[in-house]
Design a protein around this ligand. Structure first.
Ligand code: FAD
Ligand code: NAP
Length: 341
């Protein structure tokens, strides 16, 4: 286990904001768990690739990095392949590696930043596919009982950008590996118009998973600010899910508001459209800005702080609440300090 005192977290969060911790412990083997100190959720923090977090304060305690890697095919039957993946694996490299093995299931999830261990936290999703469609098991270290726990798919309680780990037992588990179930029979998921259009030159039965992945990569590179160039954490807010009646009533008041049925008489609304409608796209204040490429993305123009980004996000949420009567919920994890949790 690597130990670093007083590390800067600036290069470890894709917003690129300044923050420090008292200590950083990098877990590299399973034996390292046996000598871990007690985890205090108010003072300590588990960090993956830092692409879905905002540090508004320093971390007074320890930052834990889980860097246990490994990706192995452990079984194959009836066209399905089970993969065991260490939490420290880079997500996008895992997706591309799976395609090189002739497997499909992850192609729509290409170019999502971060590490595999964080993927179950918000049930990562893109272009109509969520992690839950391929995940069988999650193995995690239970900080409370100092033991390993295995969660099956039902126990993970996945829903839209949410899971048991994100909203029920927040900060209780450190995810150490995932078991995925991929397939050798490719069934393209092309529900999203942008993706369908990008692939319209090829007939569906001739498409390969790699072509879908390449198209997703191209679209994302065109539409999203690259965190390596301009600090950001992707979508700041979740798309709100409301009753179908409420969605219909909003659509009749706001012509053009995109909505999608999500089952159970509920509908998802476009948060980006609402933010844009309130006039925020391109707005800048104190070095924080609403991306002019994508209204759901707040960017660091260079030197801003977590506090300024949080302040801008609060103004955006207030104006959407006033105009649409809806609460925008942050998608990202915001660390505001030990007293405010
Ligand atoms: P971090 O940001 O380090 O952590 C996120 C949360 O998970 C924190 O609460 C952290 O404490 C916790 N955590 C991290 N690792 C572990 C672990 N091993 N055990 C327990 N808890 C852990 N997300 C999507 O869903 N879909 C997208 O299409 C998408 N696109 C993005 C595009 C851009 C440009 C960016 C910057 C972000 C995007 N995201 C997207 C958000 C983000 O990439 C994902 O949520 C990703 O899974 C976060 O991984 P990470 O390793 O960076 O996690
Ligand atoms: P897009 O394709 O332009 O779509 C805009 C919004 O409409 C997205 O939020 C998406 O919802 C929704 N949408 C579009 N077609 C849909 C359909 N057929 N059914 C249901 N919902 C539909 O989106 P984008 O902003 O460029 O992003 C593309 C994909 O990458 C999306 O899935 C998005 O979630 C994902 N992404 C996520 C992040 C993040 O940080 N979480 C950042 C960038 C991109 P969903 O968001 O629910 O899919």
């Amino acid at each position: 286990m690597k130990v670093l005192e007083r590390p800067s977290l600036k290069s470890l969060n894709t917003f690129g904001v300044e923050a420090a911790a008292s200590l950083m412990l990098t877990i590299e083997t399973e034996e390292d768990f046996l000598s871990l100190p007690t985890f205090n959720p108010h003072r300590d923090f588990v960090l993956g690739g830092g692409s879905n977090v905002l540090f508004v304060s320093d971390i007074p305690g320890t930052v834990y990095l889980n860097r246990i890697t490994g990706k192995d095919i452990i079984a194959e039957h009836d066209g399905y392949v089970q993969l065991e993946v260490g939490a420290g694996e880079n997500w996008h490299q895992l997706v591309r590696w799976s395609l090189d093995q002739g497997l499909s299931g992850l192609e729509n999830l290409s170019l999502i930043p971060g590490l595999a261990g964080a993927a179950p936290i918000q049930n990562v999703g893109a272009y109509g596919v969520e992690l839950s469609s391929v995940l069988e098991l999650v193995t995690a270290w239970d900080w409370q009982n100092s033991t390993w726990v295995i969660f099956n798919q039902d126990e993970c309680r996945f829903s839209y950008r949410d899971s048991y780990f994100k909203s029920v037992e927040t900060d209780r588990y450190l995810i150490t590996s995932l078991r995925l179930r991929l397939t050798r029979q490719f069934r393209p998921q092309l529900n999203y118009e942008g993706l369908r259009e990008a692939l319209s030159f090829t007939s569906v039965d001739q498409l390969s998973p790699k072509q879908v992945s390449d198209a997703v990569i191209r679209i994302r590179q065109q539409k999203l600010p690259d965190p390596a160039v301009t600090g950001n954490a992707g979508s700041f807010f979740k798309n709100p899910v409301v009753s179908a009646d409420k969605a219909e009533s909003l659509r009749s008041r706001f012509t053009g508001l995109p909505t999608w049925p999500v089952g159970g008489d509920r509908a998802k609304l476009s948060a980006a459209w609402m933010i844009d409608h309130c006039g925020w796209k391109g707005f800048q204040e104190n070095g924080a800005a609403v991306s002019s490429q994508h209204a759901l993305v707040i960017v660091n123009q260079g030197q801003t702080s977590g506090r300024h980004i949080l302040q801008l996000s609060a103004k955006i949420a207030d104006s959407v609440a006033q105009n649409f009567g809806l609460l925008l919920e942050p998608e990202i994890k915001i660390y505001t300090g030990p007293d405010r949790l």
